[in-house]
Design a protein around this ligand. Structure first.
Ligand SMILES: Cc1ncc(C[n+]2csc(CCOP(=O)(O)OP(=O)(O)O)c2C)c(N)n1
Length: 420
């Protein structure tokens, strides 16, 4: 008897399908946008396949349609703040990338660059209130800046200085700003799902109408945490929004080789959770999809999933394949240089800029002034970091254990065994 491996079986089954174009469930909310799946073989594409990163390229301009109209109706000031934060995020990471490349600067530690994905963080945050929560990932600088994170504290943390977001003890991956609803970056892939579900549960119990957003990558969506967090959020109708940033790359693994369904947004449909796939390089689509999810969450209808299609311009972590003064990392074995070039040509910031200009929501000189201001803020944050003191060795054990007058048994009083 001959045997057939699972992949061949899937391919064979898939080729029995008929259509190569898949109208995304986001069609209704993003103005009729169609996301085309690659045709793998004679029939339909049963699922993502390698090189989809090229086949999913969005158009060069933000497409006209409902999402664009909804976003254009957002107060102009908010649009400009959103643009400014995207530019700040881009310029800050790009400057840091150049500093990491310059060995004389002595920067070290993991540094996961978010460049290319800024429309996701910023489109999402534009649809939130200031007191809503976000939970970030290892690739989270852009999430922080989108939520109003402080560039001085971020730069000082990268330089491991006392004035940093974590007083110089955390580095790139652990920055937190609780007072801005930024519940932190963290290095545990998939942890954002549970942290956001917990924050959403807290908001539900306190009846505050706040929502909590978990940002996560396509790799994190393959973790066991994902299904259980979404399942439980659906169960308790938590005001949570799960944003999967599908950049086609999981460290050095092409996303398509480990994704069994047609789209990642398919994973959660069986739970009755609205799960859409949108163009993650289109800030208008991100805003509109999030706005809808926020309304649902605040109305007590439970969680939503947004899969955002995008691409990261740099390597998984660090600056391999990158050059000072130039965009993108090239020559990496797990992706094609052509894909990098094509995605850079769909720069989410350039698309947003064109959108603002064409809709006459901002003038060229206004945007140039914002760009220059963002550059000044980045430069001054780096000067601030350089001037700042190092943490003192004698403070090394600070914040390791809870401090204060509350004895541990008071936290666990109900559970503490009798000790007489
Ligand atoms: C629980 C856990 N497993 C594995 C890792 C190692 N790791 C770090 S990043 C990464 C890939 C993450 O891919 P994705 O979620 O798609 O995010 P991206 O890096 O593309 O933004 C892995 C496996 C980790 N940090 N935590």
């Amino acid at each position: 008897m001959s045997t057939i491996d699972r992949r061949t079986l899937l391919r064979t089954l898939g080729s029995a399908g008929a259509t190569a174009a898949f109208v995304s469930p986001s069609t209704a909310q993003t103005g009729g946008k169609t996301i085309t799946l690659a045709a793998a073989g004679p029939g339909a594409n049963p699922r993502y396949v390698p090189a989809d990163d090229l086949k999913f390229l969005p158009p060069q301009k933000i497409p006209a349609g409902r999402a664009a109209d909804v976003f254009a109706a957002v107060p102009r000031q908010k649009l400009l703040v959103t643009y400014e934060r995207m530019v700040k995020s881009r310029k800050w990471e790009t400057r840091m990338k150049d500093l990491f490349l310059d060995r004389s600067q002595g920067l070290y530690g993991a540094f996961h660059i978010y460049v290319g994905q800024e429309a996701i963080a910023n489109g999402v945050v534009a649809a939130l209130n200031d007191d809503d929560y976000i939970v970030s990932t290892h690739r989270g600088h852009g999430h922080l800046v989108a939520k109003g994170g402080d560039l001085d504290k971020m730069s000082a943390e990268i330089f491991f200085k006392e004035t940093g977001a974590n007083h110089g003890y955390g580095g790139s991956m652990h920055m937190v700003e609780m007072d801005k609803g930024i519940l932190g970056m963290n290095g545990i892939v998939g942890a954002s799902f549970y942290i956001a579900a917990g924050a959403a549960y807290s908001a539900l119990v306190r009846k505050t109408k706040q929502v909590a957003v978990a940002f996560a990558g396509d790799g994190a969506a393959n973790s066991v945490y994902y299904f259980s967090a979404v399942r439980n959020s659906a169960m308790y109708k938590l005001p949570a929004i799960f944003v999967i940033e599908n950049n086609f790359q999981q460290q050095g693994v092409p996303m398509a080789t480990v994704t069994p369904t047609r789209q990642i947004s398919d994973y959660t449909k069986g739970l009755g959770v609205p799960s859409v796939t949108v163009d993650g390089n289109d800030v208008a689509s991100m805003y509109t999809a999030t706005h809808q999810a926020v309304e649902r969450a605040r109305a007590g209808e439970g969680p939503s999933v947004i899969e955002a299609i995008t691409f990261r311009w740099y390597d998984h972590a660090g600056v391999a394949g990158a050059k000072a003064g130039a965009d993108g990392a090239f020559g990496l074995e797990y992706r094609s240089d052509e894909a990098v070039r094509q995605w850079i040509a769909r720069d989410p910031i350039a698309r947003f800029r064109t959108f603002l200009l064409e809709r006459k929501l901002a003038s060229d000189s206004e945007l140039a002034a914002i760009d220059a201001g963002a550059q000044r803020a980045v430069d001054s944050s780096i000067e601030f970091a350089r001037r700042s003191p190092d943490p003192r060795p004698e403070d090394g054990l600070k914040n390791v254990y809870a401090q204060g007058s509350v004895a541990p048994t008071q936290f666990f009083g109900a559970m503490a065994p009798e000790t007489n």
